[in-house]
Design a protein around this ligand. Structure first.
Ligand code: BGC
Length: 909
């Protein structure tokens, strides 16, 4: 017998046969490591089941004030629903500081599960009124040494609970009693500081002691007031560094104590003489302030010997209000995600050269020794020039140089803290002959996102391409999605993430990272609906134009998140931003619905464009812009339907259709004229059905003419292979994928690339390095070896080569589309994904003409498998014709619908 959950939440009796458990409870709205980012956090869980075809029919959630569930505050009772991901918060919104525990039990065909283990949620401070702390400011408006701030205080007994809420104007790091309180780097990250400032809530209970305590912070310029943009602007967001921190303690004796930043704080300068994201750091070990944040028993607690601590300045009341009104919960923290050994080391007459084996983003950590006062200079570059020296021209004005003045106290590890470099090689030099470098580590930093996806196949070069894509994603997901991590740019270029988001959403759980960035996009969007080309915006400070395909990130990125994570909330939040962008673009198009005569980046970096004019692609910018208008209008219409905005759904759908018709009438030849134009036409459905075969044939011709290679820039690159498959030319798609000559994806791999290059020919076949010419800039060039845009082919590797794709109709991989298309001589391919529902995997191999597919689907999901055969009679499921199998959801020809579980299918090719 199986009984439903007792009305009062008591233990529930289950059949011994029940095998389903709910586990891995979490909230997609978590703000790691501690708090949630939404007062109504959505709730998710996964189901583990030992049998096939397990679907949840109902759930029950309980919420309590303590983990034993002795004080249940909310009980949903039975809710008939198959939803196990991003379930709406059922209770009253969480108030500031509120903590609770929740648990879930699920009903499936075999009855109710046990209660899951409990999961904790904690709210940060939601309201400005929650704050008593002031914003404190230090130093003057000029760049200078990093300030150290501190406050000494006394507590009579140890705390049972200590929470620190903190943000900074500029970068900050926090110490409590001599220990750093978190491994987060580059906090508070980069947001659109004019509108949104990320606040972190940390559990610091274990850092406190009864008696004297010191809370300390070190600040640095970072994105807030350090160099930003190729114009090397400074003070983009404000001229002075500041800190807002509030430490809230509940002591053993029940007292509540709050220590906030205020006029009682003091500051001095320390060893970090300068710190800049582009230029690097200067650190003087001789100027360290030992124990500056640690109580020194017996010593004068207020003043260390020779230290000059001055009072901080309390910011103006108006500024405080402005800062408090901008606070948003911080997203995923930047952390050290990997450490790489040195793979080669050699000396030149002036320096030691280190090769970390991969193009990485972070910095080298060095074990150095030498006399007091000796200086060590470390420079960085992604590639070496033919003469073996660092190729620094690509960095343009970014100095990317760290210096250390040694203190002569013996060997010690040194590394920067408030900068990062994009590099593979480091050159370490010192004028002092007695300086030695005895060890080094490549420290890789990134926003610390869960690695969710993996792709592999039988071709090692393609696997290296995939590894390079992942590396470039990591390196360019440092707080915001950037174009590149090394030169004087590192900006949130919208076009780059617009094309890359579907790929990025496979490799990592990018949901909250990109959702947060979309919040910045909406904040920086202009009243006209125009979206600046870099987000966070430096608009009014250089980058002003709103270009198609770039600004379309406003529509495409939310949609990619919806598909990959079933994140309806991102559509709700972004909906007005999405509409505003399409409204802007439609306005630019005007009555004829053709967006013409504005500057467009277009199919940026088309390999056939003049080197110095990357916007002069074969596909005209007007065509690209109008195509994106049609597609974005279509997506807004889909979003409107999901959000029950039926009038919008109809009007945007009409707009999409009208734009398509207008394009076809105006430019009937363009869809056949270039790879990108044809791929856009097929993928964005821009041609009448009757014309699709001719456009498909033209696409194939354009590829053949190019020697079976791609001839696309940023816009066409992610669309080309999917369009060729759609055109019935999977063979050509593989030719393009497997091409080894420039331009191709494998050409850089063969040249030794360990990340995705900005230009197809960043290093030419003769070994010379591209000059990076760019007509609109006089100084330097545009040449990055770490740009994920061309890596946007990754989504096709997962979706079509391996055959694991989401379905916007039932998103988040609740319904998985499994339609592998083998080719390119591959013997096998595989993809695995830790989806919101659990581990989902596809692996196929071919032996002669027999194609075999293994599929793993987590409970509460289902798949439609479309096998690559023309012979439906050859289809087998677990060795039998599907007709003989019980429990199939559906089966027709080569298409089989399967519920959760593990399967083996085969067919003849
Ligand atoms: C960036 C690109 C960006 C482009 C605009 C470049 O400087 O690095 O990735 O999208 O400008 O077209």
């Amino acid at each position: 017998m199986t009984r439903g959950p007792g009305a009062y939440g008591g233990p529930v009796c289950n059949d011994a046969a029940v095998t389903v458990v709910a586990f891995d409870l979490r909230s997609p709205d978590r703000s790691p490591p501690l708090s949630v980012s939404d007062p109504r956090p959505r709730l998710s869980w996964r189901l583990r089941a030992g049998e096939r075809n397990v679907t949840q029919s109902a759930y029950r959630i309980q919420i309590a004030g303590e983990p034993g569930f002795g004080d249940i505050t909310f009980d949903t009772d039975r809710v008939a629903s198959s939803q196990s991901h991003a379930v709406a918060w059922p209770a009253a919104p969480l108030s500031s500081r509120q903590r609770c525990w929740w648990r879930v039990m699920v009903e499936t065909g075999s009855g109710w599960s046990e209660w899951s283990p409990p999961s904790q949620l904690e709210a940060p401070l939601w309201q400005p009124a929650d704050w008593t702390a002031e914003v404190v400011l230090v130093g003057d408006e000029d760049a200078g040494p990093s300030p150290l701030l501190r406050r000494l205080f006394h507590i009579p007994s140890g705390p049972i609970r200590a929470r620190l809420h903190v943000t900074g104007l500029g970068l900050y790091r926090i110490e409590l009693n001599g220990r750093e309180v978190t491994d987060e780097l580059l906090a508070p990250g980069w947001t659109s500081y004019d509108h949104r400032l990320a606040c972190r809530t940390l559990d610091v209970t274990d850092f406190m002691t009864p008696g004297e305590n010191i809370l300390g912070a070190e600040l640095a310029d970072g994105w807030y007031r350090g160099h930003l943009t190729p114009e090397r602007m400074r003070n983009v967001y404000g001229p002075r560094l500041g800190l807002l921190a509030q430490l809230e303690l509940t002591l053993e004796d029940g007292q509540e104590v709050t220590i906030g930043t205020d006029g009682a704080w003091e500051w001095t300068t320390g060893p970090r003489r300068s710190a800049d994201l582009y230029d690097g750091e200067a650190y003087d070990c001789c100027l360290e302030v030992p124990g500056w944040s640690a109580p020194r028993p017996g010593a004068d607690p207020e003043q260390g010997e020779g230290e000059h601590w001055a009072p901080v300045e309390v910011g103006a009341m108006e500024d405080r209000r402005a800062v408090l009104s901008r606070l948003v919960p911080a997203g995923p923290p930047v952390r050290v995600v990997e450490e790489l050994p040195v793979v080669a080391r050699w000396t030149t007459p002036q320096s030691i050269m280190l090769d970390f084996g991969h193009n990485l983003v972070g910095w080298p950590r060095l074990l150095v020794d030498g006399p007091a006062g000796a200086m060590v200079t470390v420079r960085h570059a992604e590639v070496l020039a033919p003469d073996g020296s660092l190729h620094t021209a690509a960095l343009r004005s970014a100095k990317a140089t760290d210096t250390y003045v040694l203190d002569g106290a013996g060997p010690r590890w040194v590394e920067p803290r408030f900068t990062f470099h994009g590099f593979r090689y480091s050159e370490v030099a010192s004028a002092h002959p007695d300086v030695s470098i005895t060890d080094a580590v490549g420290v890789v930093v990134s926003s610390d996102l869960e690695r969710t996806g993996g792709f592999a196949c039988s071709d090692e070069l393609v696997n290296r391409l995939q590894a390079n894509i992942v590396r470039s994603q990591r390196g360019n997901f440092v707080s915001v999605p950037t174009d590149c991590p090394q030169r004087d740019e590192r900006l949130g270029w919208t076009g780059d993430i617009q094309v890359f988001a579907p790929t990025g959403a496979f490799n990592f759980d990018a949901d909250s990272f990109l959702s947060g960035w979309l919040g910045d996009l909406a904040s920086d969007q202009r009243a006209s609906g125009g979206v600046p080309p870099v987000i966070p915006s430096c608009a009014g400070r250089g980058f002003k134009m709103a270009c198609a395909a770039w600004a379309d990130a406003a529509v495409m990125v939310p949609w990619a998140l919806y598909e990959a994570y079933g994140n309806l909330r991102v559509l709700e939040r972004q909906y007005s931003s999405m509409k505003a962008w399409v409204g802007y673009a439609a306005g630019r198009a005007g009555d004829d619905l053709l967006w013409t005569d504005d500057f467009q980046f277009g199919d940026w970096l088309d390999p056939d464009a003049p080197a110095g004019e990357p916007w002069k692609a074969k596909a005209p910018g007007d065509y690209v812009a109008t195509a994106y208008l049609a597609e974005s209008a279509r997506i807004v219409s889909e979003a409107a339907a999901l959000l029950d905005e039926s009038e919008d759904a109809a009007s945007y759908s009409d707009l999409a259709l009208s734009v398509r018709r207008a394009m076809w009438a105006a430019w009937p030849d363009l869809p056949r004229a270039s790879q990108t134009a044809a791929a856009l036409a097929l993928r964005f459905d821009l041609v009448p059905d009757a014309e699709r075969p001719t456009v498909a044939a033209a696409l194939a011709d354009r590829v053949t003419e190019a020697g079976n290679r791609l001839a696309t820039g940023f816009v066409g690159t992610p669309l080309l292979c999917p369009a060729l498959v759609e055109a019935g030319r999977t063979d050509l798609a593989y030719e393009v994928l497997m091409a080894r000559d420039c331009p191709s994806w494998l050409y850089p791999v063969l040249q030794g690339a360990t990340s995705i290059w900005e230009r197809w020919d960043a290093i030419r076949p003769d070994g010379s390095i591209h000059g990076g010419e760019l007509g609109i800039r006089e100084e330097g060039g545009m040449l990055s070896f770490n740009h994920y845009a061309y890596g946007a082919v990754g989504a096709w590797l997962y979706r079509t080569v391996a055959g694991l794709a989401p379905d916007a109709e039932d998103p988040g991989y609740r319904h998985v589309i499994v339609a592998p298309r083998p080719g390119g001589g591959l013997g096998w391919a595989a993809a695995g994904l830790h989806s919101p529902y659990g581990d989902t995997s596809v692996r196929w191999h071919r032996e002669g003409s027999v194609f075999t597919l293994e599929l793993g689907l987590p409970a509460n999901t289902w798949a439609t498998v479309n096998l690559p055969t023309a012979d439906p009679d050859s289809v087998r499921l677990d060795g039998e014709p599907p007709a003989h199998q019980a429990g199939l959801r559906a089966w027709q020809g080569t298409r089989v619908d399967l519920g959760s579980g593990s399967y083996r299918l085969s067919c003849s090719l």
